[in-house]
Ligand binder design. Sequence first.
Ligand code: C5P
Length: 400
Amino acid sequence: MSLHNKRILLIISGGIAAYKALELIRLIRKSGGSVTAVMTKSAHEFVTPLSVAALSENKVYDELFNLTDEAEMGHISLSRENDIILVMPATANILAKMAHGIADDLPTTLLLATDSPVMVAPSMNVRMWEHPATQTNMQILQDNGVKIVGPDEGDMACGEFGFGRLAEPVDILTALNDYFSKGKILAGKHVLITAGPTHEPIDPVRFIGNLSSGKQGYALAAAARDAGAKVTLITGPSNQELPIGVTTIKIQTADQMLAAVSNALPADIAIFAAAVADWKVAKYSDKKIKKQAGIDDKTLSFIENPDILKTTSNLTKDRPQIVVGFAAETNDVLQNAQAKIKRKGCDLMVVNDVSPQTGIMGGDYNQVSIINKNNQNIVQLERASKAEIATQIIKYIGEL
Ligand code: C5P
């Protein structure tokens, strides 16, 4: 995951939004990071050290001159042994102290003593945020290299409206991810990925679908995110857990998937891992079709769905620099894929054999080859988990 092994020193100051720190701790840990929390005295009024300790599974620090802590870990090492210090929520008060180098408790002492990068998520009343003192302090912090996330505009706990709301925990997580992604192979790139099956409705209760689980596409989204990309995942119905830090758009039908893809463009890279239904029923019945005795005709008429991969590959405006298709085949795997890459007009084709005996469709493992449009350099990847295959495909694309 993107925050894998990242150590976040979380300073919680005393704002009404302090409770949101609990959600953020959960998200950071879910993304593979660890959290050591430090609370200001006033933060205790809003959230208990017990909840913070329980969620972070770490000791919570709050007293500067606690000798036991000094013996265990002095405030200097506490301020340094992390990959980033995040102040969330950051009140006007702690921001002012940070801007002016005031160190009068453990959190502010850590912030003055540290050589780690620092990120703040301000949270306060709109008037306090707009006050020239706060704005001057923010400018000082920015000039000092402090990263700032939010605040958002919206309703405040005090009943007013405006800027000052704490950024959502998931947006703070994304900001952390973006920070740690800098310098990665797909940093600054927008990657669009389709995943899962499509469901083509027959009537209000029935549809045509297929066995795609979405696993490979979701794994690609996570791998692209971990490679530093901004990712848009457009997914048909799937039970997979939505990847954090990825913009996910849920659709049902191929027509909706095409519309979502068009909306999400421009992208630098588009990867079409979805198992799109080739056909939809010619005439959707808006009433449930009854089982009528005596009617022999059990035939449904179909019309072809739009080919999203082909459409995108042949765009004249906004065509992604690299378009990748998937070819799930059960026979003559490579020959079919080579023909397909020409027919679709894409740059790369990831080919797999989805014969039932391979267990690939819906399974956790995959075995693929990557071919390019010149049919040179067929790269055969070893059978591996879909997550590992995704990492290798993303690495291959990144190196292109
Ligand atoms: O033609 P076939 O379905 O085998 O092609 C597979 C590739 O084309 C996959 O990348 C799939 O996501 C894409 N595709 C598409 N729109 C369709 C059918 C397939 O994007 N209607």
